[in-house]
Design a protein. Structure first.
Lengths: 287, 170
């Protein structure tokens, strides 16, 4: 028989992974009578310690860490663009969207075609900002389809929030893993420095691959916000990618719990001189 | 350490940031009871670790455990500087003010009960509880941080839980 200390230890690990006391008791039915009071005590102690660090403090700490890392390695401070050499992910595709030629969309189809990473027509007279969505796979791999509806996007400048309604409102995240992006809005934004971005997600509909059934995907709130410092300036085009992911927790036996979250480290802006956006190339995808 | 190994270790440390910043913040918060200082300590832990990386040698101490040792030392320094030499009792810690007053009162009472019970544990037992429950480290990681065997940590946590249970039902 497995030593009680080992069993209790395993149960503590299970609780840390998001399983419940009942899950643990089901795993060890013979020790349930002895385990129950111990695990309820653990739950009580954990419940009074529900501290979560603030996102702003964390982002700032991350920024300082990345800066220090660049200094320690003797590299000059990496601009967001220069990190493209190391991040073969979404930001390269974002830059490609901005620098390549525009495809002509069907003149009878104004706006942006859904589900297809697009090239955005930008002329010298307008359109200094593009907003894109992408995702990091994680538990999105469990889904056959995962549609989110974004009703509103907001950006915070020094003088307050600027909001817009996306041209593309419903996207399937299973089609946007890694470096794939979907532009959902383009146009002109006031020049200046921006520090926060939110998307307002009114609906999430997921269908699992394994069962073909719809499943509930929670989110921290309808408004999903991240801190990110970026600039919109004259003579350049800024592309901001808001990266999302889905995590799974709990016991597969009882059904996993899915949560939609922002992927802060993969989100951010790329700035390209407007003159470079007029070259002609096909719509590339990152290999 | 070769330049290439150092780069790998830097990348490993950077990869730990997302998860371990939160764990270290929670651990520091339980010990010092101040949100801003706990967040500062978490950030500074990574900066210190980055600086000390050339002298890090795994040798049975995983990077997570090494990181927590740095955090522990920073917490101790913080408390020493504050000339308190003790953790701020949990019942002095701020709770969100937008909660129902009756629930808030009950939360404070529960916090006081748990805090009082924690004080009855030995310092080593308290540390195991903080690292296992609040920082949610594995018993193996806790053992590495505290310089004890896995078995000793499991035994300490079992006896701590039994003692807490006894105190919280009284």
């Amino acid at each position: 028989m497995k030593d009680f200390d080992l069993i209790l230890d395993d149960c503590l690990d299970r609780l840390a992974r998001g399983e419940t006391v009942e899950d643990c008791l089901a795993a060890y039915p013979r020790q349930a009578d002895e385990l129950r009071p111990a695990l309820l005590t653990v739950s009580r102690v954990k419940k009074v310690n529900t501290f979560e660090p603030g996102m702003e403090a964390k982002s700032e700490a991350r920024r300082r860490f990345d800066h220090a890392r660049a200094d320690v390695s003797g590299r000059t401070e990496r601009s967001f663009l220069s990190r493209l050499a190391y991040w073969p992910a979404v930001l390269v595709a974002t830059a490609a969207v901005l620098v390549m030629a525009f495809l002509t969309y069907n003149a009878q189809q104004p706006g942006i075609s859904p589900y297809v990473p697009v090239s955005i027509p930008v002329t010298s007279s307008g359109g200094n900002f593009v907003f894109l969505i992408s995702d990091a796979v994680n538990a999105i791999g469990d889904f056959k389809s995962l549609e989110i509806t974004i009703d509103k996007v907001g950006l915070l400048t020094g003088s307050g929030w600027i909001e817009f309604v996306p041209e593309v409102r419903t996207l399937d995240l299973t089609l946007l893993p890694g470096e794939k992006t979907q532009a959902i809005w383009r146009g002109n934004m006031p020049e200046g420095q921006y520090s926060k971005v939110f998307i307002y997600v009114s609906d999430v509909r997921g269908v699992l691959k394994a069962s073909g059934q719809a499943v509930d995907v929670k989110r921290p709130g309808n408004k999903i916000q991240i801190n990110s410092l970026f600039d919109i300036s004259a003579g350049s085009i800024t592309g901001f990618t808001f990266d999302l992911t889905v995590t799974a927790s709990g016991n597969p036996k009882n059904g996993l719990r899915y949560m939609l979250k922002p992927q802060i480290d993969e989100s951010g802006a790329v700035v390209v001189p407007a003159s470079e956006a007029s070259s002609t190339k096909d719509n590339p995808r990152k290999p | 350490m070769s330049a290439e190994t150092l780069k790998e270790k830097e990348a490993e440390l950077a990869g730990m940031f997302e998860q371990f910043y939160d764990k270290i913040s929670r651990y520091a918060y339980v010990r010092i009871g101040d949100r801003a200082s706990a967040e500062d300590i978490a950030g500074e832990t990574f900066l210190k670790a980055l600086k000390a990386l050339p002298s890090y040698r795994e040798r049975g101490l995983p990077m997570s455990a090494w990181l927590f040792r740095i955090a522990h030392n920073m917490v101790v320094d913080f408390l020493r500087q504050k000339s308190k030499g003790r953790s701020v009792p949990l019942d002095e810690v701020d709770l969100p003010s937008d909660v129902n007053p009756a629930l808030l009162a009950e939360s404070r009472l529960e916090m006081a009960r748990v805090n009082q019970a924690m004080k009855a544990l030995s310092p080593a037992q308290q540390e195991v509880i903080r690292l296992r429950f609040m920082a949610e480290l594995s018993s193996k990681e806790v053992a590495a941080i505290m310089g004890k065997s896995d078995g000793a940590v499991r035994e300490m946590q079992s006896s701590a839980i039994a003692r807490l249970r006894q105190l919280l039902v009284e």
